[in-house]
Ligand binder design. Sequence first.
Ligand code: ZN
Length: 249
Amino acid sequence: MIRIVVSCMDRRLNKYLDEKYNDSNTIFVRNAGCNIESILGTLRSIISNEDVKDIILVPHNDCGAMKYVYGVLKENKPTEKEWHASLIREFEKIPFSSADELDVKNYALQQESAEKYFSKSVKLISTENATVEKSVGTGKHILVIAKAGRSKYGEIADQINANSKGEEKIELSECYFIQANGYDEISPDITIAVRKLGITDIVIYSNGTDEDRQMLEIKKKMKIHYSDQGLNIEIVSNRHRMQHPVKAL
Ligand SMILES: [Zn+2]
C-alpha cells in the first residue's frame, strides 16, 4: 500500500520529510505552497498506477509561497498570468490579514481541494502542518526538479554529488525540490522559484534512462525561458538506480 505525500518545495522541509517518511511506500510530490489544484494530473496518474491508500498534505509555517500570495493580494505586488492561475486565484475569496494567517488558511484550502478531487479514490486524506525555523534568507539556493518519486532527499543529494559535473558539492539544506510528472504543471512554480528565491543553479534530476529523454526536453524548455537569468542548468542522471520507477504521464 502506497501513500502520497504532497508538500511545499521549501528547502527546510527536506530533513523533516526524510525523517518522518523513511520507508519505501511514500511517493513525494512537491510544488510552491503544497498546492493541489496545479498537480492534479500527477496525482491522478499515481493513483491510477499504484495502490494508493492515503494522501498526506504537508504544508508549513513561514511559507514563501504564502508570503508571495499575500504580497500580490494585499500589497498590490506585480504578478504574472500563469502565477495568478496556478497559485493566487484560489486565495482571492478567502479573508486573511497576515501571511501567517494565510499559512493556516492554506492548510484548510488544500485539504478541501484534495477531498474534492480524491475522496472517492483514496481512503484517507489528512493534513499535517510541518513547523520549520523562520528563514534567514541567506546562503546558496539550488532548485532540484524531479519526477514524483520514492527517493529520499538525502539520497537524491548524494546521487547529485556523485554524478554531477559541477565541482562544488551541494548541501541538502540548500535545495528546493519541485516534483511532479508534467512540465506544464510545474512551470509556474519554477518561474516563481527562479524569480523570487534567488536560485542560481538548477539540477534536473533523472532517475534512470527512461527519464533522461523527458528531462532533456525540460532542460530545452528551461533554457528558452530562463536564458536571460544566467542560470546554471544541469541534468544529473542516476542511471544505476531503477527500482520503484513512477510511471510518467
Ligand atoms: Zn512553502
